[in-house]
Every structure is written in structure tokens, then in C-alpha cells.
Design a protein around this ligand. Sequence first.
Ligand code: ZN
Length: 376
Amino acid sequence: MKFTQPAAAREINRLRVLNLLAHVKESSRSDIARKLRLNKPSTSEIVEQLLKDGWVIETGKRETTTGRRPVSIALVADASLVLGVDMGSRNTSIAISDLKGNILRYERFPTTAHPEVKELCSNVIRVIRKMSKLATSPILGVVVALDGVISEDKQTLIRRDHWNWDDIPLAAIIERNTNLPIKLVNNVEAMVFAERWVALEEEVNFFMVNWGEHIKSAWIYKNTITSGDTQFGHLMVRSTGLCRCGKIGCLESVAAGWALSERHEGKTVKQLCQEPNESCKKDLRQAAEAMGMALVAASAITGCNKIILGGGLANLDKEYIEYLKSFYREHSNRETIPIVCSDLGEKQTLLGSISIALDSWMFKSSLLEMMQEQEK
Ligand SMILES: [Zn+2]
């Protein structure tokens, strides 16, 4: 892909300026030109157009001892907004965010055990409508993250395990009722986005695990994410124990949130961690060990340089995470690979949806990154 035409080059530089301003409080025209290696006239031309379109503002002249300080340019954070949705197994969260990723409104409601399409969608639509009504700027679009296989055009949910949702035109259903552009995304992919664009993860070869009610993974290698139909949670780690998938000894049957709560009167993992009872502790240690074992395999197969744990169980007490790490170090011959828990907590997927929405409809950062990679 070569962008040699002047219009395309101008559009790319316009996006680069917006991306730069998204990550700083303000910047002068000459700083922008220097950082992006653009010449001053084209920088000024781009900035003038952005000012005219209302995406940026000038933040005033200030006198200094050495004379006049140049006028700074800042992104107008609320010039447009985006919405993110995390349709999780236990809860559904929805948030509206400005262009800087600041959450302006947030709402969460429990997801029922086996929700009907109509039931869950109408709840989501109701919140989206409410948030749009309160919004004071245009909404660019909505990204909906869920645990499932998504069609290439990001409009259809091909399969969602455990809910029996197959071939659902989910984007069209929500779009029809909100009049907003909708994009579907696999939830682990959203988590990866959150790590890269919110937590600013720089590693280009890492393995991401969503360790929650179910266990899913994604492998990120440069700009390629492999996720969707992978079955990390059903990697065999034992010779006994029936899994929900019908097979024996899967990682999920030992370490998934559903398996742990099934064994302990339906208590959530959070509740289990707070319980001092010995059988809980034993089960959590076994879960940590099984995850360690699966990660030994994942690391050996992918050759990843880092493993990031997200999801509810990544917030387990330190003692279990330490136990997992020591199991990994003992059994992997790639023992120096760091295993870390995401800092983003329970909003990780939601933040990922928001980042993908900002990327899709505003900043196109992943496209710019891919082009930069190709130029190398
Ligand atoms: Zn299984």
C-alpha cells in the first residue's frame, strides 16, 4: 500500500496530527512539525483546517521572559463522542467516552445466565438511547465486545458459546434501534486493544488471557491478532473432570470461574477469595496451577515474549498469582518470559471497546501503525 497522491498524504498527516494531540495536553505548531517531521507550511495548513472543523482549539498566547510563547494547539476532547459496550457473561457495561478516552457516563447491569437475544439487546439499546439523548456532541459509533466469533465485516455474531446465539445480525439490530454505526468485536481482542492503547503496552509479541467465567486467549504478533475461534480454555490439563464442552480434563474444568463457583455453592470468585476455608484455598491453588500448566504450553507454541492476564481471575489474591508464576518458571524452559496481570481491572474490555471505537471512527491509529510497519 503506497500513498503517493497528495490528498492521501494530507489525510495521513492530518490523522498523525490528531493522534499526537490525543496523547498530549497541548502542543505548538512548531513542536508538531518537529515531532512528526513535517514541514512548517503543511503543519500550519493542517492545523488551520482542524481549527476550522472544530477538532482543535488554540490555547492562548503567553508572555515569557524570552518573549512571546508560541500559541499552543489542543484537541477538543468533547468535539465528538463514542460508546463502548462489554456484553459480559455476568455483567453488561456500557460507557460513553470523549475523544481522549475519558468516560463521561457509565452504566452496568447483570447479564442473565442464558439471555435471549431480544432481552439483552433491548436493555443495551435502552441504555445507548439514554446516553445519546444526554450527549451534547455527536456520537461517532458504538463498539460492542462479546465472547464470540464475529464475521469479518464485524456485523454478525457467528457463534457465541454457552448462549446458543448463532448467526445473529447483532450490529443491524442495535443500529436499527439507535441510528448509530455499530461494530462487533471479540472481547479478548478488545482487551488487547486496551492494553495497547490505554495501558500503552509496547511489546509486539504477547499472549493475552481472559481468565474469567470462561477462559479465552489471543496471541498478538506485530499487527496480527489471533483470537476468535481459539479454544485455550479447553486445552487438556488433567485426565479427569467433566468440562461443560463435554470433554474431560479441560483447563476450564479446573480454573474457569464457572467451575469454581459450581464447586462452591454458586459463589463468585471474589467471594471465594475472601473465604478463609481450606477447600476454597485448595481449589484456587489448583486453578492457578492448571493455568500455569496451560501457559507453559502457550508460551512454547507461540514463542511470545510476555503473557498478560486479564479478566476477573487475574485479580486473584497475590499468593495464587505467585503460585502460578512459580509453577510456570519451574516447568517452562522459557522461564524468563514475564507473566503480568493487567492494570486495567474490570473495565479492561469496556476500555478496549472504547479504544476500538476511537480508532475506527476517529484516529485510525492501527492503520497508521500498519503503514509505518510496511515502510520499514
Ligand atoms: Zn472443555
